[in-house]
Design a protein around this ligand. Structure first.
Ligand SMILES: Cc1cc2nc3c(=O)[nH]c(=O)nc-3n(C[C@H](O)[C@H](O)[C@H](O)COP(=O)(O)OP(=O)(O)OC[C@H]3O[C@@H](n4cnc5c(N)ncnc54)[C@H](O)[C@@H]3O)c2cc1C
Length: 437
């Protein structure tokens, strides 16, 4: 059995590495950054004297691949679950507050649904499940009424990082199918209270180290050398590393880098999507948010979500290209205005803060790009793809990234069977080349 060379130690690469190591394969992970985690990571900020995340991430209890990954690496307790599921909101324009509490007969209880919505309005969600591939969220869900402005739009923007008019209805429907439509137990919010790296990255890295995998941080793969229908060598920081005849490569880098490394295998590089901006404010003391929960959804302002972690209050804005183009101080002032309004302290100056602009937060998730995502297998027999932009059936999320890593691992582990069946030795095992793998 050859070595599996995994390029990129974000959640997709880590998830593939865990599965392959578990299956007894020798794994080398190359990561260009000094730390694993990719777009899901924590760092120490000296201004705040706190560890903060590159951006607050919300997962849901229906994210079975993410939870399975954590269980495998012995970190089942890493995320804290809000039980029963609840999503508090505040309209900054009208001052109205509500809390969405899915589960049971919630739609028939006015206090648990969006004010101004009727139970029948929610049935529109089903249309996203059967939407045409070219449909955007706004084509499937009627862009009018209270439910659209107070639920579908904020949900589409935060889950898909794009306006409902631009992002794929099918991908959005896939999230609803695995969470909201499965009832309360599948939509409990999950938080990384000690930070993203501590919850989702460090336990996997420690597990991989304990099980003999080789993680090389600060190591960039800058080229893949092709010979016929195989990858023959990697260029690692300019040095040629020849691959053995049984070696495989899992490319788990962001879409825009994969396109650069593989111009002839992926001739149209998937585009980067919109920015996500986060502001972390260090408060004089921990506070309670309106609604009494660790997070709060906002509509009618610039800020989308507030997350409270100790004395740090973090603000997230998705689909934020315009905001990301402004100087950090302007961003801080704009977002603090929304925070202060929500907290009833309007007119106060922003406390110490750190602004993080992730300009390439997710790949483009328009219907066209969603319909053209590549599966894990490629035309090269020892090259497999992973990442939140590949065809794993979900939007670019933690769950999507982890699941793509699982598909990639499965493609590696079944490659020998495919090779044998191509030679006519195992005709019964021929695998279809359609779908995610
Ligand atoms: C600010 C922000 C907020 C988000 N919020 C949420 C949320 O609330 N919920 C949610 O589910 N998802 C959220 N996401 C999306 C989620 O973080 C991503 O979908 C997921 O982390 C992508 O993982 P990945 O492994 O596919 O890619 P990446 O995390 O990008 O990993 C790819 C890795 O490859 C490395 N690499 C690149 N080039 C090379 C090279 N040449 N050689 C070696 N290594 C290389 C990179 O350094 C990186 O570590 C958010 C993303 C951002 C940025």
């Amino acid at each position: 059995m050859g070595t599996v060379h995994i390029v990129g130690a974000g959640l997709a690469g880590l998830s593939a590495a865990v599965r392959l190591t578990e299956a007894g394969r020798r794994v080398i992970l190359y990561e260009s950054a000094p730390q694993a985690g990719g777009r899901c990571r924590s760092f120490y900020d000296a201004t705040l004297d706190r560890v903060v995340d590159n951006g607050s991430h919300l997962a849901l209890s229906g994210n079975r691949s993410l939870l399975g990954y954590l269980e495998r690496v012995g970190a089942s307790e890493a995320l804290s679950e809000l039980r029963p599921a609840a999503f508090p909101f505040l309209d900054l324009g009208s001052g109205e507050r509500w809390c969405l509490r899915p589960g049971g007969l919630w739609l028939f209880d006015k206090a648990r649904r969006v004010p101004g919505s009727r139970p029948a309005d929610y049935l529109a969600a089903l249309r996203t499940l059967t939407a045409r591939p070219e449909a955007a969220v706004a084509d499937a869900l009627p862009p009018d009424g209270a439910l659209y402005e107070r639920l579908w739009r904020p949900l589409a923007v935060s889950v898909m990082n794009g306006a409902p008019e631009r992002v794929s209805a099918r991908l959005f429907g896939a999230v609803l199918r695995e969470t909201l439509l499965r009832g309360e137990a599948a939509c409990r919010p999950l938080f990384a209270e000690k930070g993203l790296s501590a919850a989702l990255v460090d336990p996997a890295v420690a597990w991989l180290m304990r099980h003999g995998a080789d993680l090389r941080t600060g190591t960039r793969v800058d080229g893949l050398e092709r010979a016929g229908d195989r990858v023959a060598a990697l260029s690692v920081d300019g040095e040629r590393i020849p691959l053995g005849s049984e070696d495989t490569v899992v490319l788990a880098v962001p879409a825009w880098i994969a396109g650069r490394l593989l111009p002839d295998v992926l001739p149209v590089p998937p585009a980067a999507g919109r920015a996500i901006v986060n502001a972390h404010f260090r408060l004089p003391a921990p506070i309670d948010l309106p609604g009494g929960l660790p997070f709060l959804g906002l509509v009618g302002g610039t800020a989308d979500w507030l997350f409270r972690r100790g004395d740090v209050l973090s603000v997230t804005v998705s689909d934020a290209d315009a905001l990301a183009g402004q100087p950090a101080e302007t961003v801080a002032a704009t977002l603090w205005r929304d925070v202060a309004k929500a907290l009833g302290t309007a007119g106060t100056a922003p406390p110490p803060h750190r602004i993080v602009k992730e300009r390439r937060a997710t790949p483009d998730q328009s219907p066209v790009h969603a319909a053209n995502r590549p599966g894990a297998r490629t035309e090269l027999e020892n090259l497999v793809l992973a990442g939140d932009w590949t065809n794993m059936g979900l939007p670019a999320t933690l769950e999507g990234a982890v699941r793509s890593g699982e598909f990639a691992a499965r493609a590696v582990l079944t490659a020998r069977i495919t090779t044998f069946s191509r030679l006519g030795l195992f005709p019964a095992f021929t695998l279809p080349r359609r779908g995610p793998i």
